[in-house]
Design a protein around this ligand. Structure first.
Ligand SMILES: *Cc1c(COP(=O)(O)O)cnc(C)c1O
Length: 372
C-alpha cells in the first residue's frame, strides 16, 4: 500500500534545509554556549514590548484580531501610508510564501541571486515554482544588472532582493534600488526584503511616498526589535496587493502576544536606536578581530559580519571547529560567497569569547589543512 502524495511532494527532498542550532545540539550531543549564527538579537526586547506581552497573557484564550487593529494603525502611521497598504504575517518567512502564491505558478519562474535567502527558495520549491538565478558579485553585492536581464529574458513575474542583503550583509542605496526597479519589465513584481533595514545607513530604505503597484516591501520584528521567537512581520504594498494577500492568508495568522509585543516595541524607538548603536560597536569589533587575524570582511549594513576564509573548504572547517567549541555560526552556501563564514553580532561577553577562541580555531584548521 502506498500513501497517495502529490507528484510535487514526492519530488521534494526529505531533508529540511534550515538546520536549527537545537537540531545541531541534539545530533552532535553538544551544547552551544554562544549562539551567534542566526542573526537573532542578543540585546533583548523593549520594556514596553515586555509589558505588552505580560498584559496580553490573560487574553490568550481568545482568537487574535484578524486585522491587527492597533498594530496595523501604528505601522501605517510609522510609514505614513494607509492601513490598507499594510498586511501583517507570522514573520517575513510567512509573507514570502504568500507572495509566491499570489504572483507565481508552475509555468512562471522567479528571479533571485544564487544563494540568496533560503526561505524564499524553500517556498518556491514547495509551490512547484522554478527560480532563475545569477551569482552574487565577488564583493558580495547582488548583481542588479544581471537580475534585471534575467527578469526580461524569462518574462518573470517576480524578482526577489534582500536589501540589506542576507547572507552577504551588503546594501544598495534607495536610489540604486529605484534605478533597478525602473529597469525591470512592467509586469514584474519586485519583493524587497528589508529585514535588516534598521541597521542600514540613512538612504537605504526604499521611499514609500508613492506606492508603486509592482513593489512589495517586507519588514520584520525579528531582528532589531528582538522578537524573532514571536513570529511577526509585515508588508508595505499597494491596496491591491494587500487584498490579494487577504484571499490566501490564514485569518488568525498572528497570535495575540506577538501583536501586542510588536505594538509595544514600535512605541519605543529609543530602545531600537540603542540596539542599532550596540550592533554598530560589535560590527566594528568584528572588523578589528578579522584584521588582527589577517582576514578580510564584507563591509556590513546588518547585524552580522562575513569573514573571508579565502576558500570554501577553509571556511567550512572554521565553522565546524567553532561549533565543536560550542559557538554556533553559519555561512553562505553558494559561490562566490561560500569562502566566507558569517557571525552575528553578539553581546560584549560573547564577542570576547569569540575573540579568544577564533585564533586557536584558525590555527588548528590551518595545521590540519596543511597535512592534506
Ligand atoms: C532573518 C531574515 C528574515 C526573517 O524573517 P522573519 O520575520 O523572522 O520570518 C527574512 N529575510 C531575511 C533576509 C532574513 O535574514
Amino acid at each position: 500500500m502506498k500513501t497517495p502524495f502529490t507528484p510535487l511532494i514526492e519530488s521534494l527532498p526529505a531533508y529540511i534545509p534550515f538546520v536549527a542550532p537545537e537540531t545541531i545540539e541534539r545530533k552532535r550531543g553538544i551544547r552551544f554556549t554562544t549562539r551567534i549564527g542566526a542573526n537573532e538579537s542578543v540585546f533583548g526586547i523593549s520594556p514596553k514590548a515586555r509589558a505588552a506581552i505580560e498584559n496580553s497573557i490573560d487574553s490568550i484564550s481568545c482568537y487574535s484580531d484578524p486585522e491587527w487593529g492597533d498594530l496595523r494603525e501604528a505601522i501605517a502611521d510609522k510609514h505614513q501610508v494607509h492601513t490598507e497598504n499594510i498586511s501583517v504575517g507570522a514573520g517575513i518567512d510567512d509573507l514570502l510564501g504568500l507572495a509566491v502564491r499570489v504572483f507565481l505558478t508552475n509555468r512562471t519562474a522567479a528571479v533571485a541571486s544564487l544563494g540568496s535567502y533560503g526561505v524564499f527558495h524553500y517556498h518556491l520549491d514547495g509551490y512547484g515554482v522554478k527560480c532563475i538565478t545569477t551569482p552574487y558579485l565577488n564583493d558580495g553585492f547582488n548583481n542588479l544588472e544581471a537580475l534585471a536581464k534575467l527578469a526580461h529574458g524569462n518574462a518573470s513575474p517576480m524578482v526577489y532582493l534582500s536589501n540589506p542583503d542576507n547572507p552577504a550583509g551588503t546594501c544598495y542605496s534607495a536610489k540604486d534600488i529605484q534605478a533597478f526597479i525602473n529597469k525591470l519589465p512592467i509586469y514584474c513584481m519586485v519583493v524587497i526584503d528589508e529585514a535588516y533595514i534598521d541597521f542600514a545607513p540613512e538612504g537605504t530604505a526604499l521611499s514609500i511616498n508613492d506606492l508603486d503597484p509592482r513593489v512589495l516591501q517586507m519588514r520584520t520584528f525579528s531582528k532589531a526589535h528582538g522578537l524573532a521567537g514571536s513570529r511577526i512581520g509585515y508588508i508595505i504594498a499597494s491596496k491591491e496587493v494587500v487584498q490579494a494577500f487577504d484571499k490566501v492568508r490564514l485569518h488568525f495568522n498572528v497570535n495575540r502576544i506577538a501583536q501586542a509585543a510588536a505594538l509595544g516595541s514600535l512605541q519605543d524607538p529609543e530602545f531600537i536606536q540603542g540596539v542599532v548603536e550596540q550592533v554598530a560597536v560589535g560590527r566594528s569589533e568584528y572588523e578589528g578581530l578579522a584584521k588582527d587575524l589577517g582576514l578580510n570582511v564584507i563591509p556590513s549594513s546588518t547585524n552580522f559580519v562575513n569573514f573571508d576564509a579565502g576558500n570554501q573548504v577553509r571556511a567550512q572547517a572554521i565553522l565546524d571547529q567553532l561549533i565543536q567549541h560550542g559557538i554556533f555560526i553559519r555561512k553562505p552556501g553558494a559561490p562566490p560567497l561560500d569562502r566566507y563564514f558569517r557571525i552575528t553580532v553578539g553581546t560584549p561577553e560573547q564577542r570576547q569569547h569569540l575573540a579568544s577562541v577564533l585564533p586557536q580555531v584558525i590555527a588548528e584548521v590551518d595545521s590540519v589543512l596543511k597535512q592534506v
